[in-house]
Design a protein around this ligand. Structure first.
Ligand code: F6P
Length: 363
């Protein structure tokens, strides 16, 4: 039987933290579904929370909605949430209850024949569990600025985040040089240092501190001293938010990484004779206009996801491998968490450029 003939209407939702390129992905899904297969598309608002609402929070999506600027904008116009696991949903009275059945009921009531979820590994794991329980034909699209989903070389949002962090270094460098200062830039990435590594290389950092490569503050001090000896009056340091502080402790606030840049800055102020300033880039990395590459990947992933539904291929995540769109079982796709390998080509590149990871005495 031709699977495409059975489909009349599909749902799409974004889940987890937002990032640049989500609207471009929703656009690609809508365009492909409507113009390629004649299907209707329903956008589900606020991720799975939209299916917990009564009536469910949804809106019809049409290709004509995307004629304008929408795909060029950051965020997700459908809204998203990175809280409220439906299997352990926090209630106002403090209890946590399983509300998965309500989501499945809403999905069925909407008369959808398939669902596309755009999310990171955590969201995909939860939505896959829902899909299995409710027999929902599901395809996932990877998005995360952290780029930590092992099965895909790139997730939507990463490229824009790297561009924002690189631009921050471009802007910090002249002011660092003007004032003979040490500038520390703290970037996001959760437990993975991909943003710090890529932006550090592209933005000409002198030191990159990652959660994956243990460092000693004395080696950082040594690198700054070596630069000064060579006649350089400023230093640029990029630190990933999950890198430990100089005492080896993770710096967290309310369960989120935050503050390691300041912790390192305070220690350096005691150890070097230079002014230190710290910039925490934060959610600027998630917002803003999606880069051309993120829009491109959104287009690739969105159309491939719809094509998978047409082929009756479900429980799969689309991915980018070896210059092609591929698809793999969601379970396998999210099984490998991709950190920076200390011997990865980009780490070697950085070392080749004289960038210190604070793990060795300065050359
Ligand atoms: O996973 C994406 C991410 O931006 C991480 O890099 C960061 O640690 C976290 O989300 C921030 O989450 P929130 O938006 O809830 O502060």
């Amino acid at each position: 039987m031709n699977q495409a003939q059975e489909i009349r209407k599909i749902g799409v939702l974004t889940s987890g933290g937002d990032c640049a390129g989500l609207n471009a992905a929703i656009r690609a899904i809508t365009m492909r579904a409507e113009t390629g297969y004649g299907w209707r598309v329903l956008g589900i608002e606020q991720g799975t929370a939209g299916l917990l609402a009564r009536p469910p929070r949804v809106r019809a999506l049409t290709a004509s909605m995307f004629d304008g600027a929408l795909m060029r904008t950051g965020g997700t116009f459908l809204g998203t949430t990175n809280r409220g696991d439906p299997f352990s949903y926090p209630m106002p009275d403090g209890r946590k209850i399983d509300r998965s059945g309500e989501i499945i009921d809403a999905y069925r009531a909407l008369d959808l024949q398939a669902l596309i979820a755009i999310g990171g590994d955590g969201s995909q794991a939860i939505i896959r569990k829902l899909a299995r329980q409710g027999d929902i034909p599901l395809v996932c699209i990877p998005k995360t600025i952290d780029n930590d989903i092992g099965a895909t070389e790139v997730a939507i949002g990463y490229d824009t985040a790297v561009a924002v962090a690189t631009e921050a270094l471009d802007k910090l460098q002249p002011t660092a040089a003007s004032h003979d200062r040490i500038m520390i830039l703290e970037v996001m990435g959760r437990d993975a240092g991909h943003i710090a590594l890529a932006a550090g290389i592209a933005g000409g950092a002198d030191v990159i501190l990652l959660p994956e490569i243990p460092y000693k503050i004395d080696h950082v001090v040594g690198k700054i001293a070596a630069l000064r000896q060579a006649g350089r009056n400023f230093s640029l340091i990029v630190v990933a938010e999950a890198a430990p502080d100089p005492d080896g402790r993770t710096v967290e606030r309310h369960g989120r990484y935050s503050g390691v840049g300041h912790a390192i800055g305070r220690r350096l102020e005691d150890l070097v004779e230079a002014e230190v300033r710290v910039t925490v880039l934060g959610h600027l990395q998630r917002g803003g206009q999606p880069s051309p590459r993120d829009r491109l990947m959104a287009g690739v992933f969105g159309t491939h996801a719809v094509d998978l539904i047409a082929q009756g291929k479900f429980d799969r995540m689309v991915a980018w491998q070896n210059r092609r769109a591929v698809d793999i079982p969601i379970e396998d796709a999210i099984a490998t968490y991709a950190c920076v390998a200390p011997d990865s080509p980009l780490v070697n590149t950085a070392r080749g450029l004289g960038i210190s990871f604070g793990d060795r005495p300065a050359a």
